[in-house]
Ligand binder design. Sequence first.
Ligand code: ASP
Length: 438
Amino acid sequence: MNDIIVAKFGGSSLADSQQFAKVKKIIESDNRRRYIIPSAPGKRDKKDHKITDLLYMCQQLAAHNLSFDDIYNIVKKRFLDICSDLNLSFGMEDILDEIKEKIAHGASRDYAASRGEYLNGLILSNYLGYEFIDAEELILFDKTGKFDAKATDDKVNARLADVSHAVIPGFYGVMPNGEIKTFSRGGSDITGAIIAKGVMAQLYENWTDVSGFLMADPRIVKDSKPMEKVTYKELRELSYMGASVLHEEAIFPTREAGIPINIKNTNAPEDAGTMILSDISPVSHTGTITGIAGKKDFTVISIEKTFMGSDRSFFRKLMTIMETNDISVEHMPSSIDSISLIISDSELNSKLQKVVEEIRIYCNPDSIICYPNMALVAVVGRGMINTKGISAKVFTALAKEGINIRMITQGSSELNIIIGIENGDFERAIKAIYEAFQ
Ligand code: ASP
């Protein structure tokens, strides 16, 4: 590991000149913060627009030969205001006009969207006095549009070897034919992780507008505490069950390289935030949980068949039905003569009847019953490994609330307990479990 911090600042951290000033102060307070990844300006308040959204709109209007002057003027004013507030003059207006011309003359959707990060990167590099390195130089996609991790890693390594401090815009890179290609929405997180891996940084800081991940959804648990530490594995469990602050794909490069991520708040830089740590780091919080997440709207298909296990082809047939109907199964708790398939309604779409019919024909069960409107709650924490009493606490809390538990699974990693309940009990269950661990 090198004595380097890669710091990514999200859209709300760079939404206006006041936010830029906070960001500068943060960067300059630690000289290890050498490579800075900006997003495009985000919303300044609830009613405001993200620059990226406006740029997508401009491109769409232009593609239909409609005027996009009004919307582009909003974009332009936003960037020019930031420059004038910060006393920067480096020809921003000309650059903005050139981009407008390109959009008017058929520039791609990805090109248009990427300009938010490009322009914000130019401003930040001028403001900090750091070199500007265009993401086009570093982040490489192959000709099919797939991110090329190996080529990018080599490029980042070589290009940044002699650069002490630089600003590199997030969210996009380039294909071999020179076309700009963006990651999916929120993709500046990914750029930051890639750069952190490329320079083998000791830390990847992800600056946003919250002081880390919260233990539970704040819409359900008011004043939920933040998580101090969470491992990559725990975070995966939580994020696939609905919790999110960071782009999912951003986790992979740093996880692979063993680089921790610190989620920090630009508006409260002294807060510790959440540290995402490697899976092997020591457990400092035994006997408690790390977080709670969950999702509503699952259907359970419960299948009974006596001597299910002695029919060697039973499970294969069942899974083939799921595969041919392109349905991914979330969980499959089983007993000696029964198995339940828990499937998200968004996966199932309108295929339920067809699937049940096929199970009837191919698997010949004694009975099939479907239970709609189910929710899953995941209680996640490495602290529960080898600790007695965690599940007792969870189930007692639910019993006290009068919540009927319809299903329980615990992953063999002992990292989580997943509980199936009815949709209507979802919020109450999360609150009750959270309270039990305070
Ligand atoms: N500006 C892009 C978006 O709004 C990427 C990012 O902010 O990470 O999705």
